[in-house]
Design a binder for this molecule. Structure first.
Ligand SMILES: NC(=O)c1ccc[n+]([C@@H]2O[C@H](COP(=O)([O-])OP(=O)(O)OC[C@H]3O[C@@H](n4cnc5c(N)ncnc54)[C@H](O)[C@@H]3O)[C@@H](O)[C@H]2O)c1
Length: 424
């Protein structure tokens, strides 16, 4: 598994490294904020000697984050945060070209996935960087003695933040974690525009269907669901939203979409996309109601949003791959299709979010790592939002990189908005 010259690793094929480097450099062009941070990190080395264990999707954008952390002086190791999201060429490049220990193989089974997480844990990280809380969860459940070694963690996604808040509420969280997902410059852009576009990308690469005129059901109208619905509508699809939250359902309605129950939507829809962070959103009774040829995909964090055991049971073993990343389930009277095994479709069937949006998410990660390196002694074992100053700095740097100037307030305006004496 590990050759003598390369750092420790378990990747599919180191021979793919050259292609990985080309693609990582292409992404880097679209990540000006992270480039600026890397240049500063190279100078100031704010992470000097810090052991960082990262469990993130192994994509070109993540590679650029790893390079940034390493430039800041950190000893970084990386494992995949999902068995199907790894880009094997990127994993190879991280090892061969950038000297970063990496454990990730696209399509790895559950045992390999956890062996990789354990390889990260074996390096005794002082800072964890998670996408979905699996590394934090492993340390707390299987290696409790190591929890005290961790100064702090960062968490990338909504589902991970929900799990961490549940741990904190139970008094089970052993170190502070910065919820990168809660930064405005993360979820407003990454979850909405990043997932919106890349979900369409994954579905099209896998199926090549026409979206104009298609009946699309989006389950969940959070940041991710909003992005998917708006991109689908923009391509001419008829969009129906299913929600459990009354405010979000109203918002969807007034944004111009139909709102239905899962049962009604199951009979109506042709393409179903889940983005709830919940489980068994579409299940047996819905599969039974779906029309012949219906397609399903998931963009939520875990592959639990579609009840896949029920789908398997209904098909009684009549499952075959009809295109790359598309499985056909033959239910007798009809066939249903599933993209990317029900795992995050934008990463399983495409390349994940465009680099330009990950530029902001990963700028928040890098600056949060710098923040915890400097301030961990002041933090308690709970979930923190990204400091406002970091969020504002990321937005400022992104605008500057895009060549866009902000309108400054006049002194008179600044005084007016700060005072309470002005009235009618
Ligand atoms: N694919 C990606 O690259 C990507 C990127 C960011 C986030 N995510 C993941 O996507 C999921 C959603 O993230 P978000 O930021 O939109 O979260 P969110 O909390 O803003 O939205 C989730 C929505 O789903 C609704 N919901 C919950 N259960 C439901 C059910 N049974 N039926 C219908 N609606 C239901 C909630 O009311 C909520 O409005 C999370 O798992 C998150 O981790 C994926």
């Amino acid at each position: 598994m590990t050759s003598t010259s390369a750092p420790a690793h378990d990747v599919t094929d180191l021979g793919l490294a050259a292609e990985g480097v080309r693609r990582i450099e292409w992404s880097e062009r679209e990540m000006p904020v992270l480039r600026l941070i890397r240049a500063r990190f190279e100078r100031d080395r704010p992470l000097d000697g810090l052991r960082i264990g990262a469990c993130l999707h192994v994509t070109t954008e993540t590679a650029n984050l790893m390079r940034t952390l390493k430039a800041g002086g950190a000893q970084v190791v990386l494992a995949a945060s999902n068995p199907l999201s790894t880009k094997d060429d990127v994993a190879a490049a991280l090892v061969s070209e950038y000297g970063i220990p990496t454990y990730a193989r696209r399509g790895e089974d559950r045992d390999t996935y956890y062996a990789h997480l354990n390889a990260i844990a074996d390096t005794h990280p002082q800072l964890t960087m998670d996408d979905g809380c699996d590394l934090v969860s492993l340390l707390h459940s299987e290696r409790p003695d190591q929890v005290k070694e961790v100064l702090a963690g960062t968490e990338e996604t909504t589902t991970g933040v929900i799990r961490l808040k549940a741990m904190a509420a139970d008094g089970a969280l052993g170190f502070p974690v910065i919820a990168v997902n809660e930064a405005q410059t993360k979820h407003l852009f990454d979850n909405r525009y990043g997932t919106g576009q890349s979900t369409v990308d994954g579905i099209l690469r896998a199926s090549n269907i026409l979206l104009a005129g298609r009946k699309v059901v989006v389950a969940g109208y959070g940041w991710v669901g909003r992005g998917i619905a708006s991109r689908m509508a923009g391509l001419g699809a008829h969009v129906t939203v299913v929600e459990v939250d009354p405010v979000r359902a109203l918002e969807a309605l007034m944004d111009g979409y139909a709102v239905m129950t899962h049962s009604d939507a199951a009979a109506w829809g042709e393409l179903f996309i889940t983005a709830t962070g919940n489980l068994n959103v579409f299940r047996r009774e819905h599969f039974e109601a779906m029309r012949d040829g219906a397609i399903m995909a998931n963009s939520g964090h875990f592959d639990a949003e579609l009840d896949l055991p029920a789908l398997q049971a209904l098909a009684e073993g009549h499952v075959r791959e009809v295109r790359d990343n598309v499985q056909e389930f033959d239910l007798g009277g009809k066939k249903l299709h599933l993209i990317a095994e029900g795992r995050l479709v934008n990463l399983g069937a495409a390349e994940g979010h465009p680099a330009s949006v990950m530029d902001m998410s990963f700028a928040n990660q890098a600056l949060s790592a710098e923040y915890v390196a400097a301030h961990h002694a002041e933090l308690e074992p709970k979930v923190y939002v990204v400091p406002e100053a970091i969020d504002a700095e990321v937005a400022r740097l992104k605008l500057a990189a895009l060549g866009i100037e902000l309108e400054p307030m006049t002194p008179e305006q600044a005084e007016y908005v700060a005072s309470w004496q002005h009235g009618t």
